[in-house]
Design a binder for this molecule. Sequence first.
Ligand SMILES: Cc1cc2nc3c(=O)[nH]c(=O)nc-3n(C[C@H](O)[C@H](O)[C@H](O)COP(=O)(O)O)c2cc1C
Length: 252
Amino acid sequence: MKNIIETLLNRTSIRRYERQAIEPEKKELIYRAISNSPTSYNGQQYSVIAVEEQKLKEQIYALTGQKQIKTCALFLIFCSDYHKIEIAAENNEWVLPPFQHTLDGILVGVIDATIAMCNARIMSESMGLGCCCIGYIRTAAPRELSEMLHLPKGVAIVCGLAIGYPREQPDSRPKQERSLIIHNNRYSTDNMESKMAQYDRTIGLYNHSHSIGTTDKNWSKHMTEYYREGMTYHTLGYYNEQGYGVTEENEM
Ligand SMILES: Cc1cc2nc3c(=O)[nH]c(=O)nc-3n(C[C@H](O)[C@H](O)[C@H](O)COP(=O)(O)O)c2cc1C
């Protein structure tokens, strides 16, 4: 077991894995870490599909183009989930307010699922496993995937997590300087322009000197291209079809 400081400070995303199964005791600890996640109001507005079947992993890879999904030992799909509370409320004949149709309702499910994913990640990495979050699971073909995974209404994909024994140990990617991320007491825009310009140069140099760097694209250019691609995603339509959709404002 790595200690928590090493686990959190030396982590990087791992995209290449050994062909080695994850021991049942380790899987058990990952699942316990997920189940013990804090959630809004202890509502547990999330659920996880654990994919180990190789054929299914390959089908998901075919839809998303993310190779990590077929080569990892375990692929976890974290979902926002209001189906469970619907069942419980129906059992009791409670009339459930349309909270899942509010922006805050959507955020609650997404935050619960994301915290559970982080706990799975930290537990996995502390046991020597490598992980990669896969957002493409939500954006590439969410409708086909939801059908494939039999997701009922009220359940929608948030993010995937590929887990396996690492076959690579990439260098850490440089992150923004501390004052751009952590603000003391109040948000500060002091020297933000020059700090961001410096970060752009740092990432450009990093990309240039690493294998991902057939490109020396700076960070803001890279992000602009990513957001342009993001404009083609139809996540709101997908969430609507899964029984969500921001149609209600919370009552005052
Ligand atoms: C929500 C989320 C979604 C992500 N989706 C993908 C993905 O679909 N494919 C991928 O290769 N990496 C994905 N990543 C990994 C990021 O690219 C990675 O965290 C980032 O480049 C920083 O590198 P590091 O994790 O090594 O520090 C995702 C990360 C997060 C947090």
